[in-house]
Design a protein around this ligand. Structure first.
Ligand SMILES: *Cc1c(COP(=O)(O)O)cnc(C)c1O
Length: 408
């Protein structure tokens, strides 16, 4: 075929305009680095939006995908594969006694959680009216499908798509009473991210998560935890909510689980897993051998390279350095998050900072509000973490200077 050689033009002509325009074209990645088509090298602290947790093209992941691709790529859930059995067993060993459903994305994991809550709502209802309400948090993000979007109380995401799925009352993160106030006999579940990602890196406190667990137990409602962004080791625990010592009723996973290969999963506790009966839910691609082989390689590598321990250790001094930058520059208000899921909250729109960082060779992701997200891979080297501090320091010195010049 004869393709247009100008990629930007190609995108403008043929690619749906649903994303903001990209400014660089990437051609390859290795570890924490990516390269653009002009040969520039970048330190990639976007990791494909908290996805390529092993870094780019980790040899173990590449090997697993290559080998599986030569054996069996896809055959549907009409049949069994060892890879899916192994992955389900591995996830149960992380999450606790229960069962796993496989899908292909975070949004589909949210759909599964919402469908689970409907089944529970029928089961728990003492009248003919099933409980259908799911209490969500302000600034939450649960995906772009109708269910996920309905559970995402952000106008910029919902706008243009009404009417949405009904019955997602909104409560305030870290305000247990505001959640308690939303609960009535029609409530089926609470859906929460332990650390909000897209919403601006807001951390649910340990005390708050324990409070939610107690509320859910008291009123027989499901505690649904969305670990799509915070899971697979990103915070130094396999699941971010582990730090609170609580047990979820169901957990949504995706992003980092496949290390860049699309896969989603939902773990459901033994108590509620039986709500799904044969025929009640499904996915053609979900848990196919290739996706499962990729996820297994991710889990094995996390163990083999002791990555959870590594994230906890390396993030400690890195976050200290980030806080020093916050103390040095007025433009930077707050450093939030845990492990390698970090948000820098700026006084003003950080777009110029982000652009300058990219020019200097550090890629970052925006989040809701004036937030820049830093999402290094779990395998990042200490020197690259130090390099990110140097680049931020130089950039903030430059952009802060501009602001003060401007004010004069
Ligand atoms: C990204 C994200 C989703 C949606 O995942 P997709 O794979 O983009 O559908 C859902 N929940 C959370 C917490 C996320 O960060």
């Amino acid at each position: 075929m004869n393709f247009n050689k100008n990629i930007e033009e190609q995108y403008n002509t043929y690619r749906l305009n649903n994303y903001g325009p990209a400014t660089i074209t990437l051609t390859k990645g290795e570890g924490e680095f990516v390269w653009d088509d002009a040969g520039n090298k970048y330190l990639d602290f976007t990791t494909g939006i908290a996805t390529t947790g092993l870094g780019h093209c980790h040899p173990a992941l590449v090997k697993a995908i290559r080998e599986q691709a030569g054996k069996l790529i896809h055959a549907s859930n009409l049949y069994r594969f060892k890879e899916q059995g192994d992955l389900a067993e591995a996830l149960v060993s992380k999450a606790g006694p229960g069962k796993v459903f496989f899908c292909n994305s975070g949004a589909e994991s949210s759909e599964t959680l919402i469908k689970l809550s409907r089944l529970h709502g029928i089961h728990k209802s003492k009248t003919n009216t099933p409980a259908t309400k799911i209490v969500v948090s302000n600034n939450a993000f649960h995906g772009r499908t109708f269910g996920g979007m309905s559970a995402t109380p952000q106008e910029k995401i919902q706008d243009g798509f009404y009417p949405l799925l009904p019955s997602f009352p909104v409560a305030r993160l870290n305000d247990i009473n505001s959640f308690a106030d939303q609960i009535d006999e029609e409530t089926a579940a609470i859906l929460i991210e332990p650390i909000q990602g897209e919403g601006g890196i807001h951390v649910a406190s340990t005390e708050f998560l324990r409070g939610l667990r107690a509320l859910c137990t008291e009123y027989n409602i499901l505690l649904l935890i969305d670990e799509v962004q915070s899971g697979t080791g990103r915070t130094g625990q396999f699941f971010a909510h582990e730090i609170a010592g609580i047990q979820a009723d169901a957990i949504g996973m995706a992003k980092g689980l496949g290390g860049g290969f699309p896969i989603g999963a939902v773990w459901i506790s033994e108590t509620f897993a039986g709500l799904f009966k044969p025929g009640s839910h499904g996915s053609t691609f979900g848990g196919n051998p290739l996706a499962c082989a990729a996820a297994l390689a991710v889990l094995e590598t996390i163990e083999k390279e002791d990555l959870l321990q590594r994230v906890t250790q390396l993030s400690e001094s890195w976050i200290k350095d980030l806080i020093s930058l916050k103390n040095k520059y007025d433009a930077l208000n707050e450093v939030r998050g845990r492990g390698f899921l970090i948000g820098l909250d700026f006084e003003e729109d950080p777009a110029p900072v982000q652009t300058e960082l990219q020019n200097k060779g550090l890629l970052t992701v925006r989040a809701n509000g004036n937030v820049l997200r830093l999402l290094p891979p779990l395998t990042v080297s200490e020197s690259s973490l130090q390099e990110s501090i140097n680049l931020l320091d130089a950039t903030l010195a430059l952009t802060s200077q501009k602001v003060s010049t401007h004010q004069r």
